[in-house]
Design a protein around this ligand. Structure first.
Ligand SMILES: NC(=O)c1ccc[n+]([C@@H]2O[C@H](COP(=O)([O-])OP(=O)(O)OC[C@H]3O[C@@H](n4cnc5c(N)ncnc54)[C@H](OP(=O)(O)O)[C@@H]3O)[C@@H](O)[C@H]2O)c1
Length: 239
């Protein structure tokens, strides 16, 4: 899926990787870019339409789908990360509400549009969803759950012509990981890597140097092989 002349919706578009994805989509000639964010932030640019959208708010998601009308690519980018130690269920629920249920709610509501366009779903996930980072265990668990969901949706939607991609991000220099002192990729390079991976049709997109370091092992590994074996159990329906 090359995004030139396509319609794209990006959640969490007001800052960080989401903002860089909007800019990159403009650069690559997307026809229309829906830049969804919680606040009143206005994003200017050719073909950019701001949308007010909290991914935990079902009514706002329904409003958004009415405004959008047709869509080729849904990028579930909005996310939260809070330092914790798994002792607060409230913190765990906050992560799941945005990073898991927020993604799923968006997909369920926008799916009819994506089926019509034979479009793509891109979920911005994380290396820590594959191997937990113990200073952000609730975040890690929420990204692991969203990764697992992405695998199922990939199989479930394949026969309907919708592709489902997991972006396995390593550290990127945004507000989210301020204070976490490791080498980080720029949001701009991560955004370019995400659209490059989508254009190549990669199931898992590894858009930065840290994530790229495991790409080959992942693609040739036991977990990917198992996913392919399990995919035959997906019910085949064209509806
Ligand atoms: N940065 C990294 O190192 C890294 C690594 C792996 C994965 N990721 C993933 O990449 C994605 C983007 O992260 P980032 O680094 O750009 O983080 P960021 O700078 O903290 O931006 C997070 C974005 O998500 C939005 N958001 C949070 N809760 C939301 C909600 N309920 N509804 C709608 N939007 C919501 C925020 O909006 P507000 O401004 O309104 O809060 C903001 O736009 C996330 O899914 C993150 O988990 C990032």
């Amino acid at each position: 899926m090359n995004i030139a002349n396509r319609t794209v919706l990006i959640t969490g578009a007001n800052r960080g990787i989401g903002r860089a994805l909007v800019d990159e989509a403009v650069k690559r000639g997307a026809k229309r870019i829906y830049a969804a964010s919680r606040g009143g932030f206005q994003i200017a640019g050719a073909g950019v339409t701001p949308l007010t959208l909290d991914v935990t708010n079902a009514a706002q998601i329904q409003e958004a789908v009415k405004k959008v009308g047709s869509l080729d690519v849904l990028i579930n980018n909005a996310g939260v990360a809070i330092y914790d130690d798994l002792t607060s269920l409230d913190v765990i629920e906050q992560h799941l509400a945005v990073n898991f249920f927020g993604v799923l709610k968006m997909i369920n509501v926008f799916l009819p549009l994506l089926k019509r366009s034979k479009g793509a779903i891109v979920n911005n996930l994380s290396l820590v969803g594959l191997a937990a980072l113990p200073n952000i265990p609730a975040y890690s668990a929420s990204k692991a759950a969203a990764f697992n969901m992405t695998q199922s949706l990939r199989s479930l939607l394949a026969c309907q012509g919708v592709t489902v991609h997991a972006v396995v991000l390593g550290p990127v220099d945004t507000e989210m990981n301020r204070g976490f002192n490791v080498p980080k990729a720029s949001p701009e390079s991560a955004a370019a890597g995400i659209f490059d991976g989508l254009a190549k049709g990669e199931d898992e997109i590894f858009p930065d140097p840290a994530s790229l370091s495991i790409a080959e092992a992942w693609r040739n590994g036991a977990v990917k092989a198992m996913e392919r074996q399990f995919a035959v159990f997906a019910p085949h329906s064209a509806n």
